[in-house]
Write a protein that binds this ligand. Structure first.
Ligand SMILES: NC(=O)c1ccc[n+]([C@@H]2O[C@H](COP(=O)([O-])OP(=O)(O)OC[C@H]3O[C@@H](n4cnc5c(N)ncnc54)[C@H](OP(=O)(O)O)[C@@H]3O)[C@@H](O)[C@H]2O)c1
Length: 272
């Protein structure tokens, strides 16, 4: 009997949402998944239990990706546990949702550190561990391509990541490593609920759903399916690309002020 070595995959932010569903999907294919999280240890353990129940294996690693030393510790754990790596999914994200005119230095610094610096530092460490080629995947969002009210700090960081994807595809390609992004529209997770229900000035999410050609938010499963494809052997000749999963939202006009309450527009533009 031959024992095949499992595919080793690191997913940042895999305790909840899209990362968690992707972990389970890869677990069902027999992968060993490194489940990173920031604070929710219980949810990370539940995520690992999902992976194991699906037929995979893995470990959980607490690391705050805003901190370079934590990113190093995350990849040190991968090296110590598995000695090598097949795929890195830069999925975790966090930012401040504010009009540009209200962004402070700490919002800019923390958003860049959490969303972009972490992707670059993580990809460098990941590529070093990929001894048989591999996959690097950034999870980005609609705000990188179109303007959405209060989304500038995160959208611009995601745009930077999509640019890095192209540079990394060139540098890592000769080593058999593909680098791509999966770009989501409105995806039904905790963070979408936060954006439309708790960010001041945003109108209820329902007001934008009718503007999406497919008339519904995406699911974490929609995103995980696209990510799974880009991580698979079927996507071996695709690199440097951004696959958009948004029900058509970015091919229609972006909502901008029309998905706010109007108070935000008045405050930013000084209208009475
Ligand atoms: N939801 C959407 O509408 C949407 C749309 C397009 C793209 N996306 C992108 O999809 C990705 C996943 O989003 P989601 O909605 O699935 O997220 P989510 O449900 O809000 O979960 C966020 C995950 O990231 C982790 N995390 C947050 N900050 C972290 C940090 N500093 N260090 C390490 N882990 C951290 C969380 O860990 P804890 O549980 O420990 O807090 C959690 O596992 C993000 O890149 C997001 O921008 C989302």
């Amino acid at each position: 009997m031959t024992t095949e070595t499992p595919r080793v995959v690191v997913i940042t932010g895999a305790s909840r949402g899209i990362g968690r569903l992707l972990a389970k999907k890869l677990g069902a294919q027999g992968a060993a998944v490194v489940i990173n999280y920031k604070v929710n240890a219980d949810l990370a353990e539940e995520s690992l239990a999902d992976v194991v129940a699906a037929g995979g294996s893995g470990i959980t690693v607490q690391a705050d990706i805003e901190l370079p030393e934590d990113i190093d510790r995350l990849f040190d754990s991968v090296r110590d546990e598995y000695g090598r790596l097949d795929a890195f999914v830069a999925n975790a994200a966090a930012s401040a949702f504010k009009p540009v005119s209200q962004l402070k230095v700490h919002h800019l610094d923390r958003s860049y550190a959490t969303n972009t610096r972490s992707f670059v530092l993580g990809a460098i460490r990941a590529a070093e561990l990929m001894d048989r080629g591999g996959r690097i995947l950034a999870v980005t969002s609609y705000g990188s391509q179109r303007a959405f009210a209060t989304y500038a700090a995160l959208g611009s960081a995601k745009a930077a990541n999509e640019s890095y994807v192209k540079y990394m595809a060139n540098e890592f390609g000769p080593r058999g490593i593909t680098v791509n992004a999966v770009n989501g529209g409105l995806i039904d997770t905790d963070s979408l609920d936060y954006f439309y229900n708790r960010v001041p000035g945003m109108a209820p999410m329902e007001s934008v759903l009718s503007k999406i050609p497919l008339q519904r938010p995406g699911t974490a499963d929609d995103m995980a399916d696209a990510a799974d494809f880009l991580l698979s052997d079927r996507a071996g000749y695709i690199t440097g690309q951004v696959l958009t999963v948004d029900g058509g939202l970015t091919v229609v006009a972006p909502p901008y002020w029309s998905d706010t309450t109007g108070d935000l527009r008045a405050a930013v533009l000084g209208e009475s």
